[in-house]
Design a protein around this ligand. Structure first.
Ligand code: NCD
Ligand code: ZN
Length: 328
């Protein structure tokens, strides 16, 4: 049987949620990933030293072998004086959600310029700015493209600030990141490497923000990743919602990709003749950007069929019912 062994990866954008369900989601992630950049859009959000430590401990109680890399959500009231304190307890990034752009972002930022003092403090503390890069007022397919000038302005004002355009979804986004200095990078999800808007129209389980776009957008993301460009690294954005919240008229945005991530990535990279680049994409490039050491643990993925279940913990997983030619 064919198999590949790689450094146990990092998931550099993951929603572990909270409460009882978090037990399943955290175990699912720890199974495939050594570390994860844990997103702060819980309810209430993760915003302070106290809430970061509480959330981190609740994750470690479930999966002590997993290393949660903590983030905080930037709110209009975030105090720049808190940034060094957050940095001191190991917070690795601050997340900027434009208000109303995605799930649990109503308390986000409406006008980016109000964050200036916070961004300055983050630049000084060498804390990464993680951005949900969509302009909520724009047409849904143009939201990422229309947001890019904001990143450009931020980079002009805070040239040393490291910025991640999370879950890049468009050709414009890819071209923009390529054109910017080396501290401007992007995370890439499995679903934006695979889906187009057609998949979202046909199946509300695939609905997520940013919306997967046209084939040419997907091709552009693929080209950036498969070429090994070090500015594009893996962050799943796996975002589980209970089945009832997806199979309804107003389906929530978020795709639960965790159960299929490494097998499907292996299949995709193999089909595109670049399996040798998978390890850098999931285990090295992100660590290089965040300046954290590579993990020592390894993981093996096998060329062996896996049938994706129709439901996992009350959630419809991505690619439900399909067969993947690799498994763990
Ligand atoms: C995410 C969620 O459900 O928390 N949803 C999504 O569509 N991606 C939030 C996010 O990362 O945008
Ligand atoms: Zn996300």
């Amino acid at each position: 049987m064919k198999e590949i062994t790689i450094i146990k990866p990092d998931d550099l954008h993951i929603h572990l949620r909270q409460g009882d369900a978090m037990v399943f989601y955290a175990k699912e992630s720890a199974n495939q990933f050594k570390r994860g950049i844990v997103m702060p859009n819980t309810v209430p959000p993760v915003t302070s030293v106290e809430t970061v430590l509480e959330y981190k401990n609740s994750i470690l109680n479930i999966v002590p072998e997993f290393e949660p890399l903590m983030t905080f959500k930037i709110l209009p009231k975030t105090d720049p004086m808190d940034i060094p304190k957050l940095k001191k307890i190991g917070v690795i990034a601050g997340k900027y959600y434009p208000a109303g752009a995605t799930t649990n972002s109503e308390d986000g930022i409406s006008e980016w310029k109000i964050m200036r003092p916070v961004l300055k403090a983050m630049e000084d503390s060498e804390m990464v700015l993680s951005i949900h890069g969509e302009k909520p007022e724009s047409f849904i397919m143009d939201r990422e493209k229309d947001f890019l000038p904001i990143v450009k302005e931020m980079n002009r004002e805070f040239p040393k600030l490291k910025i991640i355009l999370e879950h890049v979804s468009s050709r414009d986004g890819v071209e923009f990141v390529k054109s910017m200095p080396e501290n401007i990078v992007a995370t890439v999800t499995l679903h934006h490497l695979l889906s187009t808007v057609e998949d979202v129209i046909n199946n509300s389980a695939n609905k997520c923000m940013p919306i997967p776009k046209l084939k040419e957008d997907r091709d552009s993301i693929r080209e950036a990743v498969f070429s090994g460009d070090k500015k594009f690294f893996f962050g799943s954005d796996s975002a589980p919602h209970p089945k009832a919240d997806k199979e309804c008229l107003k389906a929530k945005a978020g795709v639960f990709t965790s159960p299929v991530l490494l097998p499907k990535l292996a299949e995709l990279f193999e089909n595109n003749s670049c399996l040798d680049r998978l390890e850098a994409f999931v285990s090295k490039l992100g660590a290089d950007f965040y300046k954290i050491p590579y993990n020592e643990e390894k993981i093996t993925i096998y060329k062996k069929d896996m049938v994706v279940p129709n439901e996992v913990y009350g959630v419809i997983p991505y690619l439900a019912g399909e067969t993947i030619s690799w498994s763990l």
